[in-house]
Structures are given as C-alpha cells and as structure tokens.
Ligand binder design. Structure first.
Ligand SMILES: C[S@@+](CC[C@H](N)C(=O)[O-])C[C@H]1O[C@@H](n2cnc3c(N)ncnc32)[C@H](O)[C@@H]1O
Length: 256
C-alpha cells in the first residue's frame, strides 16, 4: 500500500529537524513540495537543503506543486478557503495516484508543525473521504515558529496557571481576542500590535526566527510598536518577504 508522511520540518533552522523526521525522510521515494507567496523561493530552497543534508541515499524524486490561488470572486472567507481546500484535495489526489507507485512512500514537508495554521491534514482527510486513492499516512511533529520564538527570547509562553491564546493578526485587529494573559499572534501582515494601547502589555516579537535573517525585539508594546513596524518593513524590502510571530503578555488580564 502507498504510504504518505506529513513531516513537520521546523520554521527555518535546519537543526530543528527532528531525528524522527530524518528517519522518515530517508524512507521517502517522492517529495511533494508546495510553496506559494513571496517567500516561495527561499522556503523551497530550505526544503531542498534539508533533503540534501539529511538524506543518505538521494534516490528520491521531487515534485513541485504550483499552489492555487484562492478564488477572489468568493466573498465569504470561509467559503473561499473551503473551495481552495477542495481544489487542493483534487490536485493532491491525482498526484498520489499518478506519481506514487503502490509500494512507494511519499511525503509533504510542512513548515513548522502540521497542526498549526496548515491545511495539509484537512486536505488529506478530504482525499481519504473521497475514497479514490488508498494509502496509509503518518504525521511527524515539527518545532513550530511559536516554540522557536519562546526559545530565542528565553521566555515561557505563560505565567504559572495562565492561559495562552493563539490567533491571527486578522482576529486581533477585529477585536475578537478575549482578555487572555498571553496571546500569540501569527499571520499578521498588518502589524496589528499597533492597535494595542494598554501600556502594561509587553511584546516579544521575532521575524525569520531560527534562520540567519532572524530579528528579535521586545519591550512594552506601546513603546516598541513603531520600531518593530520599521524593522519589519525594512526587512521585507530587503528580502522580498517576511514572516513574523509575536507574544503579547498582559500582566493585568483576567486578574481578580
Ligand atoms: C501558514 S502559518 C504556518 C505556521 C507553521 N505551521 C508553524 O508551525 O509555525 C505561517 C505563519 O507562521 C509564522 N512563522 C512561520 N515561520 C516563522 C519564522 N521563521 N519566524 C517568524 N514567524 C514565522 C508567521 O506568523 C507566518 O505568518
């Protein structure tokens, strides 16, 4: 039977690839590599580099998947994403059928960890429920950009007994984040931290975390917002893309 690995590869430091991931990568006949957006070339190169670095006998094939754009004519965000997942399921299904022999092993290399803001597992579920191609699959966890952020700032994500909310810039800007002590924000192209006006809130920000382009800044959000925005925009200008993640810590949230 065909076998598929969904392998988390960490968020930019090749030394974050786990031993479990390396063992799985060494069994793979076909890597399906998707990438999109401004960071496409660098992220594609990172995947190629880790394959070259960690695979002992490089007899594998690589298939690049041109990721489809979401259909802008669908106005509801959820419907737009659902339609995009459906389209992806059909593409991946055809690739598994046509590019992977019955006794071969394929893999998707997932940025960070597959459980966090990544739709590959949802797409795999759809392929399975369509029943057109049969395969076993296994998920290998990876180090997320959140873990890398915490390690580089040498912080815990939560104080003793506190909660952590993980969300997007869109949710933060829309005021949809509840009054939680610790909020991790990802996928924020708009520097939504600028809207946080509470002077007690601290920010721990990182871009390109784990890589040689890494930038780290921290302090009270009201004092640091401007310099973070400037650093982000300069880095984006220089490299053509930027990925950043941050923790907002509100010492007075939820306290009695
Ligand atoms: C589509 S999500 C993928 C998250 C990934 N699965 C993970 O486990 O980290 C992309 C977002 O992750 C964050 N991210 C990923 N890699 C990063 C890095 N090296 N430095 C900072 N943020 C990163 C950014 O917020 C980016 O917008």
């Amino acid at each position: 039977m065909r076998k598929l690995y969904i392998i988390g590869i960490g968020a930019g430091n090749p030394e974050h690839v786990t031993i479990q991931a390396i063992k799985a990568m060494n069994q793979v006949d076909v890597f399906f590599v998707t990438s999109k957006g401004e960071a496409k070339n660098d992220l594609m190169q990172f995947r190629k580099d880790i394959c070259e670095r960690y695979i002992d006998e490089p007899s594998y094939r690589t298939i690049e998947i041109v990721d489809l754009e979401r259909d802008p004519s669908i106005t509801s965000y959820t419907s737009r994403v659902e339609a995009w997942h459906k389209q992806r399921a059909l593409t991946y299904e055809a690739l598994l059928k046509n590019e992977l022999q019955e006794d071969e092993c394929g893999a998707f290399l997932i940025w960070g960890d597959p459980s966090l803001y990544d739709s590959t597992l949802r797409v795999v579920d759809q392929i399975i429920s369509r029943g057109q191609v049969h395969f076993d699959y296994e998920v290998i966890p990876g180090i997320t950009s959140i873990q890398a952020l915490a390690a580089r700032h040498k912080i815990t994500l939560n104080g003793v007994g506190e909660s952590i909310c993980i969300t997007t810039g869109r949710q933060l800007s829309a005021g949809l984040v509840s009054d939680t002590e610790n909020v991790v924000v990802m996928l924020d192209g708009e520097c939504s931290f600028k809207n946080v006006l509470n002077q007690e809130v601290e920010i721990y920000w990182g871009a390109y975390i784990g890589s040689d382009k890494e930038i780290l800044l921290s302090g009270r959000v009201t004092e640091k917002a401007e310099s973070i925005e400037m650093a982000r925009s300069a880095a984006r200008e220089k490299n053509g893309w930027v990925m950043d993640t941050y923790l907002l810590r509100n010492p007075s949230a939820r306290r009695p």
